[in-house]
Design a protein around this ligand. Structure first.
Ligand code: ISL
Ligand code: CA
Length: 560
């Protein structure tokens, strides 16, 4: 009775093109660079590539500020290169999903160039313009990238809304013409043969009527999960998505499982799944992501169990542990020093054995880590640079600000992909990279990973293969076994007669895991446990009823 879908069975690999592979020595990753690595992706075994924005852009936010939705960024190549990429993926049996960034455009998009000219310009209402209030911004909304979310424009003596940088004005989704433009553009890409979209901050597109201030009481929606958001997405589904066999994943900030069941519920005709961020907030304090806070495994398990169980049979999870906006998973949840290999495999074991579509971010499969550049001058990310300036202006110690950037800055994920150990810049470019390569590339690189049977890469490869062999890995229901244990995360996955037992030691200390074996007997009457994968050698004779785990040990058993 289970609802089988190719996008549930898929493993997605996220490419941040600027940092993946540079083919022409200008220091910037590009489409031909990606094309040269398609066999690498095929070897890993992934099914789908999610390509971060490659559209024309002045790159205020590395392509998330789009000036032409139907053109390719010159630094990345041409439309012909892009077509070659799509064909190269399809020939190898892989799919391509594109980033859809339509909460905002670039201020250099011709719609905005027109819009700002006069109050009666035909494009005026493509964006959100308001007069000031007593010489100040129309309301108190703040930008995600520091400062107010409004920019004054002298030409018409009004302000425009920008929830991200001031070069990313928000599109006005209340205007049916804007929605039509977006749907036509999506159709144009789908007709070129792409296999779906990842939708940037899609739950921000509907703003509360009257744009009420945050401080004006009530906690009604302002611009997150706004009043018309489901109407808009259902319209998009009707007009565009429903006509194709594609996958869609929405990026949704600040959502509960109830919200997600609305965005991605089986009967909702909206999206296939979303990215939610609850786990990504586990090491942040009340003031937000920069307030680095220790996390506890019991809370970590609580968050995962909550999402695994509350979406069961109702919606579908996206499983990821990092992306281009987040720190590297290994530096954050594992141990990027003495247990680099073991802890990366332990986290990978979890990533691939939770219920949901699996997402791998480039470099994760070789255990790339966070980076610590000496000075702020080496950083490139607009969020990081704005935040640094804001803190310095407020009188904070530079060294203190740098520590939070080392832990949370987005450039951690954006340092160039480490291909080789003995070429300058890790073989990413023959020129000067746009962002400095992580100095650990002589140890951590693809060349070395491919040559080493015991590498993180080969472990990912094995996990991906297992997904293709065991339906229970994709479809099994999740059950947490040990909510109160601060060191071990253990759970089962059950699909009909099939059951998996997953045991993960999250720390560098040994641990014992004991389990109530009668549960297994209850489902099958048998007592066999077949080891499917582990990051240590395990004697065949070992008794699964009482498992002694070494640092960061991970095991997956198939019970029958
Ligand atoms: O990066 C974040 C954490 O600091 C998030 O707040 C992020 O801004 C948010 O998840 C939205 O991200 C998406 O839209 C942004 C873009 O900068 C991000 O790269 C993108 O993933 C604006 O388009
Ligand atoms: Ca290049």
């Amino acid at each position: 009775s289970v609802d089988k879908k190719w996008w549930k069975e898929s493993v997605v690999y996220q490419i941040y093109p600027r940092s993946f592979m540079d083919s022409n020595g200008d220091g910037i990753g590009d489409l031909q660079g990606i094309i040269s690595k398609l066999d690498y992706l095929k070897t890993l075994g992934i099914d789908v590539v999610w390509l971060c924005p490659v559209y024309e852009s002045p790159n205020d936010d590395n392509g998330y500020d789009i000036s032409n939705y139907q053109g390719i960024m010159h630094e990345f190549g041409t439309m012909t290169d892009w077509e070659e990429l799509l064909e190269g993926l399809h020939q190898r049996g892989m799919k391509l999903i594109m980033d859809l960034v339509v909460n905002h455009s670039s201020d250099e998009h011709h719609w905005f160039v027109e819009s700002r000219k006069s109050k009666d310009n035909p494009y005026r209402d493509y964006y959100v313009w308001r007069p000031g209030k007593n010489g100040e911004a129309p309301n108190d909304w703040g930008s995600f990238f520091s400062g107010p979310a409004w920019q004054y424009d002298a030409t018409t003596d009004e302000y425009y809304l920008h929830i991200f940088s001031k070069k990313q004005p928000d599109l006005n989704w209340e205007n049916p013409k804007v929605r039509r433009e977006v749907y036509d553009m999506m159709t144009w890409w789908l007709d070129k043969g792409i296999d779906g979209f990842r939708m940037d901050v899609i739950n921000l597109i509907s703003k509360a009527p009257g744009l009420p201030s945050m401080k004006d009481g009530g906690d009604g929606p302002r611009f997150i999960n706004g009043p018309r958001v489901h109407e808009f997405i259902q319209e998009m589904n009707r007009e565009v998505l429903s006509k194709y066999d594609i996958m869609t994943v929405g990026e949704t900030l600040d959502v509960t499982p109830e919200d997600v069941i609305k965005y991605a519920g089986t009967d909702r005709h909206e999206l296939n799944m979303v990215f939610q961020f609850e786990l990504m907030g586990i090491d942040s304090g009340p003031s937000g992501k920069w307030e680095v806070t220790p996390w506890k495994l019991t809370d970590f398990k609580k968050i995962i169990s909550k999402w695994q169980t509350s979406l069961e049979g109702k919606a579908w999870n996206s499983i990821y542990l990092n992306n281009h906006d987040q720190p590297r998973l290994l530096s954050r949840f594992g141990n990027d020093k003495e247990y680099h290999n073991k802890s990366a495999k332990m986290l990978a074991t979890m990533l691939h054995t939770l219920q949901g579509t699996t997402y791998i971010y480039q470099g994760e499969e070789i255990g790339m880590t966070n980076v610590r550049f000496d000075t702020i001058e080496e950083y490139r990310d607009i969020e990081t640079l704005n935040r640094y300036q804001e803190c310095i202006d407020q009188g904070q110690e530079p060294s203190e600000v740098m520590e939070s950037i080392y832990a949370k800055g987005r450039d951690n994920a954006r340092t160039p992909m480490q291909w080789t150990g003995n070429h300058p810049h890790a073989g990413f470019t023959t020129g000067t990279p746009w962002l400095t390569v992580n100095p650990n590339y002589p140890e951590i690189n693809v060349e070395r990973a491919l040559a080493d049977e015991d590498s993180i890469f080969h472990y990912y490869q094995k996990l991906i293969r297992l997904r293709k062999q065991h339906d229970v890995i994709v479809y099994g229901a999740f059950e947490l076994l040990n909510a109160d244990d601060e060191q071990v995360f253990a759970y089962t996955r059950t699909f009909g007669e099939e059951r998996l037992l997953i045991i993960l030691n999250f720390y560098d200390k040994p641990a014992r895991f004991e389990w109530n074996w009668s549960k297994v007997e209850a489902i099958s009457g048998e007592r066999t446990a077949e080891l499917l994968i582990s990051n240590y050698d395990i004697p065949a004779s070992e008794d699964v009823r009482q498992v002694d785990l070494r640092p960061y040990e991970a095991r997956v058993y198939k019970l029958s």
